[in-house]
Design a protein around this ligand. Structure first.
Ligand code: PHE
Length: 488
């Protein structure tokens, strides 16, 4: 029966009889299918309905067999011959098979048969197979007046009860024999033409579960970031608060003993802010020490020997490296009454005024780690780097001396990339200079090893992406974002 057939049957029956008292007599084989039709008619107020719940009794397969051919006990009775001789039990077994045992028990109970000289004999001339008649009643009426008997037959696994729901249906305020498909959406055209006035609209179904949302995927960069974070956490690091994209030149450069004439401070390399362009919110005592170490030297250093201008330090910029965050955190650490060793990391965005090409963007992510403890050496840095990169799956790294204004010694880290067939730079590292640490107020024997790398480079290598614009920006392939697994 199709949905249309069911709908037609419901509507014509209502039209003829005024109501459907119980849908069980409607002749629709599947009440669930009927419910679907009733729901849709009810949403347009064409009908209304109430469920009727009831218990019905149904025969099991064995019960149907008994209703058809008689009970096991009746079969036993008929198998035992008339007369005093009777029949041996073994022979009954042979004749009736597995039902002989149950049938025999019940026939004994009914006093239909008995035992004489080891043989089974009839005790009555004829029997009334009530089990069969009762099962026929259940089969035909789905119930039986004798509730105790129903339970008893159920225990014998001849019948069982089931819950069924049928429906009482009546006409709704919009009752009609011709159901128009209701409009689902109000459109601009309907409003313009005035058609909306005569249309019936489908009711919103607020109980619908809706489609599962197709979203919430992590960008590959964020997946790799998560991997790095786990490595840092595993190694006992604490994450630095890195949400300040706008920094002062003071924290981005001066605190790091980067000279004010350094080319990195050029408009060509750094994005400076126009509005607001400046900040003067610095710790005054520390500011003085930074000024001194730059211009006059101190702490065993001769400084840069040139004027240090506060205006230069006040300039706001988009931070060019997360080492600005590390500087700020180390300053705060130095303000603690008692020094305690720390391991810090951050993974966040930095900005550089670079020409955008296949491997460079004006913004990227830096992974940065900092370890501060008394008497750390270059050996600690090398050993630690080997361990850190091994956890990322990068073995056999080599170090090459380099220059950073804020570290001495400084080392670039290279790893041989089998796929590319060449050595690639995987990071930059070093030990922060005394000119940076001592003005902060850290104890003279406190050494800080630090390193930084981009998040984009390992991500591109791991995912086999050779153009950064396939990874970041409006040209990325969403499919790639959704399907790429986390990978190390
Ligand atoms: N700040 C450096 C860069 O931008 C990375 C670095 C961090 C180097 C810490 C040494 C120590 O490349």
């Amino acid at each position: 029966m199709s949905r249309e057939d069911i709908q037609q049957l419901v509507l014509t029956t209502l039209d003829r009889d005024g109501k459907i008292a119980d849908s069980q007599y409607l002749g629709v084989p599947d009440q669930l299918e009927l419910l679907g039709v009733l729901n849709s008619l009810a949403s347009s107020e064409i009908v209304s309905y109430e469920p009727i719940d009831r218990e019905v009794w149904l025969l099991t397969e064995e019960g149907r067999e008994v209703a058809e051919n008689g009970s096991h006990e009746a079969k036993v009775f008929h198998a035992v011959p008339q007369g005093d001789a009777g029949m041996p039990i073994a022979e009954l077994q042979k004749l009736l098979g597995p039902i002989a045992k149950v049938g025999q028990g019940q026939a004994f109970k009914n006093k239909w048969i008995g035992k004489r000289d080891g043989n089974l004999v009839r005790l009555v001339d004829s029997i009334d197979d009530t089990t069969r008649t009762d099962l026929c009643t259940i089969r035909d009426t789905a119930s039986h007046p004798d509730a105790a008997l129903l339970q008893q037959l159920r225990r014998r696994k001849l019948c069982d009860k089931q819950k069924v729901t049928t429906y009482a249906v009546s006409k709704g305020p919009q009752f009609t024999l011709e159901v128009k498909k209701p409009a689902t959406e109000l459109t601009a055209e309907m409003l313009q033409s005035g058609e909306w006035k005569s249309l019936t609209f489908k009711k919103f179904n607020f109980d619908a579960e809706g489609l599962p949302p197709n979203g919430g995927y992590l960008h590959p960069l964020m997946k790799v970031r998560e991997e790095f974070r786990q490595i840092f956490f595993e190694m006992g690091f604490t994450e630095m608060p890195s949400n300040r994209f706008v920094e002062s030149s003071f924290w981005n450069f001066d605190a790091l003993f980067q000279p004010q004439q350094h080319p990195a401070r050029d408009l060509q390399d750094t994005f400076f802010l126009k509005d607001p362009a400046m900040t003067s919110d610095f710790p005054p005592a520390y500011l003085d020490k930074v000024r001194t170490v730059h211009s006059k030297g101190g702490f065993g250093s001769i400084g840069y020997g040139s004027d240090w201008k506060i205006e230069e330090a006040e300039k706001l910029l988009l931070r060019t490296h997360t080492t600005a965050v590390s500087a700020n955190m180390l300053y705060l650490l130095a303000q603690q009454p008692q020094f305690k060793p720390v391991k810090y990391f951050s993974i966040d965005r930095v900005f550089r005024n670079e020409t955008v090409d296949a491997t460079h963007l004006a913004e990227f992510h830096q992974v940065e780690g900092v370890i501060a403890d008394r008497n750390l050496t270059l050996g600690h840095l090398i050993g630690f780097m080997e361990q850190f990169f091994r956890k990322m799956g990068i073995e056999n790294i080599v170090f090459k001396p380099t220059y950073n204004p804020y570290t001495e010694p400084s080392m670039e880290i290279f790893s041989y990339h089998e796929g590319l067939g060449k050595w690639v730079e995987v990071g930059n590292s070093g030990m922060f200079r005394p000119e940076m640490l001592l003005p902060m107020g850290l104890d003279p024997d406190v050494r800080v090893i630090a390193w930084g790398l981009s998040l984009e480079r390992p991500t591109m290598i791991k995912y086999g992406i050779d153009n950064i614009r396939d990874l970041v920006g409006h040209k990325i392939d969403l499919e790639l974002i959704q399907s790429n697994p986390i990978c190390r």
